[in-house]
Design a protein around this ligand. Sequence first.
Ligand code: HEM
Length: 461
Amino acid sequence: MATAVRQSGMEEPPRQPVDYRFPPGFQRNLLWFALRKFRPVNPIVLFQQLADTYGDIAHYKLGHRHIVFLNHPEYIREVLVVQNDNFIKERTVQRTKLLLGEGMITAEGAAHRAQRLAAQPAFHRQRIVEYAGIMVEEAAHIRDLWRAGEQRDIAADMMHLTLNVVARTLFATDLRQEVYELAAAINRIMGLYNFLIMLPAAEWLVHFRPPGLAAFVRARNRIDAVVYRMIDAHRQSGLDRGSLLDLMLAASPGNDEESSQSLRDQVITIFLAGYETVANALSWTWYLLSQNPDCELKFHGEVDSVLAGNPPAFEDVPRLRYTENVMAESLRLFPPAWAMGRYARNDFSLGDYFLPARTTVLISQFITHRDPRYFPDPLRFDPERFSPEAKTRRAKFTYFPFGAGARQCIGESFAWMEGVLVLATLAQKWKLRLVPGHPVEPQPLITLRPKYGMRMTIESR
Ligand code: HEM
C-alpha cells in the first residue's frame, strides 16, 4: 500500500492504523480449540457461554475472522434495522447457496429486492385468506390418517403436512406422490449441513463429488427433478392460477438455462423456508403441550368453544387467541430460525465499540428468548407471556422469531395462520403424548429440529 501510486502520479498518503475497540470475549482462537478437540463446537452451548460470561456483547476469533455475538435488544435493532445497509448475510448462510442458489434468502441488494417485490402479492392478506381452506384440508387429511393408540413420528407427519400446504397454496401443485421422496432428500441434505459449512471450498469441491458431497449432489438432483417438473408443467399449461409460481414465471419469462436456474433457486428457497420452519414449530408445540397439561386443557377449551365442532376457517383465527399464544410461546422456547448471521461490509460502531469491516455478527433467537431479563423464569412454558398487556410491557427486539428489518420473514402471516389452523384442526380430535423414554434434544441445523424426531402416541380426546 505504501508504494501505491495514484493514476495522477501523486503518492497515496500512508493508511493510518485504525484503533478498533473490541468487546470483551474469549482470548483463545476457537478454530484451534475446535481442531484440538477434533469436534465442532455446539453453537448453542457456545452462545450461551458467551451470554453468561460477557453479557450483551462478546467477541471471539475463529481463524482470522472477528466474530461478535449480540444479546441485547438495542444492538440487535442496530444491526437488523438501523445499520442494515452495512450488512449482508454471513458465510454459513452463503453456504446454503449450494442448495438454494440465489433465492430470496441468499440474494443481496437489487437481486433481493426484485425477488421480494415479485413475491409480495402472494403473501398479501387477501391471498392468505384463500390459503386457509387448503391448510385445514391438509390438516384434516392427517387427522383422519391417525389412529388411536398408534405411535408416530410427529416431526415427520408435520413435515409432510407443511410440504403439501406450501406446494398447494404457493405453487398450485399437488405433491402427495412426491412428498416422501422430497422430504427424504431434504433430510439427507440437513444431515450433511454441519459437514458442509465446515468444509473449506465446498462450492468448488462439489464438482468433484468426493464422499459426503456425492450424497449431497444426489439428494439435490432429486429435489431439482421435482422442482423442474413442477415448473415445466406450469409453463406448458399456459394457465395463470395467480399462484406465487405464476408471479415468479411472470417476473422471469425467459426459457433459457439461466432463467430456469433462477426460477429453480427461487422455488426451492420458498419451499424450504416455508415448510421446514412451520413443521418444526408445530412439532415443538405438540411436545410442549404434552408436557404442560394445564395449558393443554385451556387450549382444548378454546378450540371447543370457538369452533363448536365445526372445522376452523379463516374467520376463526382471530378468536383462537390462546392457540396463537401457545404457538408464540413455542416459538420463544424453540425458535425454528434459532440464529441469524450478518457480515459487515465496512467498519462500524456498536455502542462503545468500533469494529472492522468483514466482522461476522451473530444473533440468536434461542439465547435472547431465554434471557431471564426479558422472560422471567425463562424455561417455564407460559402462553400468558403473550397476552396483549404482557406484550406491551416487553422491550422490542427481545422476541423476534421471524427476524426484523428489511430481511424480516416474508411468510410470517402465512406461518401464524397455518400454525393456528393446524393446531386447532388436529386438537379437535386428538391429544398427543410423548412415548416414554423418547429422547428430546434440539439440533441446531439450518433450522432447529428435534434431533431424534418426535415419537408420540395418538390419544383420543
Ligand atoms: C414458524 C415459521 C417461520 C419462521 C420461524 C421463520 C423465520 C424466518 C426468519 C428469522 C427470517 C429472517 C432471516 C434473516 O434475517 O437472516 C426469515 C426469512 C424468510 N422466510 Fe421465514 N419463517 C417462517 C415461515 C416462513 C414461511 C411460511 C415462508 C414462506 C412460505 C417463509 C419464507 C421466508 C423467506 C423467503 C425469507 C427471506 C426473506 C428476505 O430475506 O427477504 N418463512 N424467516
